[in-house]
Write a protein that binds this ligand. Structure first.
Ligand SMILES: [Zn+2]
Length: 328
């Protein structure tokens, strides 16, 4: 085994999601050298989630054959509004009971390592921009479709976080004022229409209304263990109902892209997150077509719309980039 390098060479990136927590240890060249995943179990309460994050970090460090003392810093992407200065999660619509949570302070106490907290969408777009796009494009919009829809903006080559550090909450742009209720309290937000949660709700409601789908054959009538990958399997086996639901979600994402391109005129729009990773082949063409149909003429010219190859690792990668920048 090689001699462990000095501690400045290792950082840990954490992606705290509504469903699962991922942690990855990254070396000096931002290669992932060990990672772990645990479920979030947000319903067990705040303290439980924080100790699960701690355990996930420690396990990832152990996976990499390192000790926590060799880690210079931990970056965390959290699914909500974050006060970056204090590392407080002010509000997280997909984590029940999370309001003004001093995540940085709590985890620093438990881990004994500097911790830096950012919004998860900001973190993911940072990871894609720095590692996948080699920091080349000047302006990037990231749309990450998972439990919710995270967003992040790169402007002038840097993360753009706005006046209150809350910019880029594209999951909560309102697309249908009469649409379904969102975790943020509003109605018809982008994520209430096109996130995995929204897709699953539509499928479960359809099954209750008697829609025929292969999913009930695969998973039973309750569809308790439904995952994005099951949707792909069902579509590939010719499931018309699931195809229709996914088409509709892709159209909403296309409308989201059109709005963002109209407003921001980015060089690149990055699509990512678990849903895109599982269903890119099924969704990308529809997203592109809908975006072109709804954007102002001329605004989409030469704008690159791409699916991130980092997949589910975009969050931990970006969190590692943040930790590397901040941990001095
Ligand atoms: Zn919302």
């Amino acid at each position: 085994m090689p001699e462990p390098s000095n501690k400045e060479n290792y950082v840990v990136g954490v992606d705290l999601g509504g469903t699962k927590i991922l942690a990855g240890v990254f070396d000096g060249s931002l290669e992932c050298v060990g990672s772990t995943k645990v479920s979030t179990k947000a319903q067990r309460g705040l303290d439980n989630v924080i100790s699960r994050i701690e355990r996930c970090v420690r396990d990832a460090v152990d996976e990499a054959d390192l000790s926590i003392k060799q880690v210079a810093g931990v970056g965390i992407g959290a699914p909500g509004a974050v006060d970056f200065g204090t590392g407080t999660v002010m509000f997280a619509p997909n984590l029940e009971g999370w309001k003004d949570v001093p995540l940085k302070k709590d985890l620093e106490k438990q881990l004994g390592v500097p911790v830096f907290v950012e919004n998860d969408g900001n973190i993911a777009v940072l990871g894609v921009h720095v590692v996948e796009l080699k920091s080349k494009p000047r302006s990037v919009v990231g749309i990450f479709v998972g439990t919710g829809i995270g967003g992040g903006l790169i402007s002038q080559g840097e993360l753009f976080s706005g006046f209150n550090h809350t910019a880029g909450e594209i999951g909560h742009m309102v697309i249908d004022v009469n649409g379904p209720k969102c975790g943020c309290g509003n109605r018809g937000c982008f994520e209430a229409l096109a996130s995995r949660t929204a897709i699953f709700q539509r499928i479960k409601a359809g099954v209750k209304d008697g829609e025929k789908t292969l999913l009930t054959e695969m998973l039973g009538d309750g569809l308790e263990d439904l995952r994005s990958g099951d949707l792909r399997k069902a579509i590939r086996r010719g499931d018309k109902f699931v195809s229709k639901v996914i088409e509709q979600a892709a159209e909403y994402i296309g409308i989201g892209v059109a709005n963002l391109v109209n407003i921001l005129g980015p060089d690149v729009v990055v699509l990512g997150g678990g849903v895109m990773e599982a269903l890119a082949d099924e969704m990308t063409a529809i997203i592109l077509k809908t975006a072109k149909d709804h954007a102002m003429p001329g605004t989409m010219k030469n704008v690159e719309i791409m699916v991130s190859k980092l997949g589910d690792s975009a969050g931990i990668t970006g969190a590692a980039v943040l930790a590397r920048r901040e941990a001095k």
